[in-house]
Design a protein around this ligand. Structure first.
Ligand SMILES: Nc1ncnc2c1ncn2[C@@H]1O[C@H](COP(=O)(O)OP(=O)(O)OP(=O)(O)O)[C@@H](O)[C@H]1O
Length: 207
């Protein structure tokens, strides 16, 4: 994915003022920043949900987008959500989705209406819906919000496996302690992305 000089204002409030980044294949990248710095605005632009005022975003292939707010219908069961998304993604079956449910340990919730699930479990489903078509590029906005420690660890194990398989991630986070998990890290400051020198390692050899 290539993002070049993206600008976006809400009225007179200029949130993004020339944000740029390049995300190679097999890279687990993070964007951190203070509340209100524009992380969600940036991700919505990258996902095509919001138009930038200026700048370009380009990438190849489908992407998976996990928004901060869940996309669930409380009256539908987990299985019904999976089926809806299977049709939308034109998947032959739900084998990958069921594997992800197992990985995140909530297969026993398949017949429950999502309105009765805990916030953390709803977020797990939100994540599965973004991952089940195995897109090469994943845009995740605070994907582990509400996860307990075990689910949080499982998320990172899964991210590591997908990275090894060549998938790229852009994860928005405001949690300072997980920044060491990223291959690449940008801080969103004053509407621009600043490459963070403290990134853990760089498997793509680009840094
Ligand atoms: N639809 C909107 N209309 C007006 N202002 C908005 C809108 N959406 C976001 N903003 C403002 O833009 C700024 C950036 O918001 P954004 O949600 O992108 O930040 P964020 O970094 O994701 O914040 P957080 O960490 O709290 O989720 C904030 O000041 C917010 O109030």
């Amino acid at each position: 994915m290539r993002v070049h000089d993206v600008h976006r204002a809400y009225g007179r409030h200029r949130v993004l003022r020339g944000a740029s980044l390049e995300l190679p294949a097999g890279c687990l990248a993070g964007v951190v920043g203070e509340n209100g710095s524009g992380k969600t605005t940036l991700l919505r632009i990258l996902a095509g949900r919001l138009r930038p005022d200026r700048g370009t975003v380009s990438y190849r292939g489908p992407l998976g987008y996990c928004p901060q707010e869940t996309v669930l219908n409380p009256a539908f069961t987990v299985d019904q959500h999976l089926e809806l998304f299977r049709v939308a993604y034109r998947l032959a079956d739900l084998s990958r989705a069921h594997e992800l449910l197992d990985t995140l340990r909530f297969s026993d919730c398949r017949r429950r209406r999502t309105g009765t699930l805990s916030g953390g479990t709803q977020q797990k489903l939100n994540l599965v819906l973004a991952l089940m078509h195995d897109p090469p590029l994943l845009l995740l906005d605070e994907p582990y919000q509400g996860f307990d420690w075990e689910a949080y660890q499982r998320f990172w194990e899964l991210a590591g496996e997908l990275r090894t398989a060549g998938r790229s991630f852009l994860v928005v986070s405001h949690i300072a302690f997980d920044t060491g998990r990223f291959d690449r890290l940008w801080r969103l400051e004053d509407g621009r992305l600043v490459d963070d020198a403290r990134r853990a390692h760089d498997p793509a050899g680009e840094g």
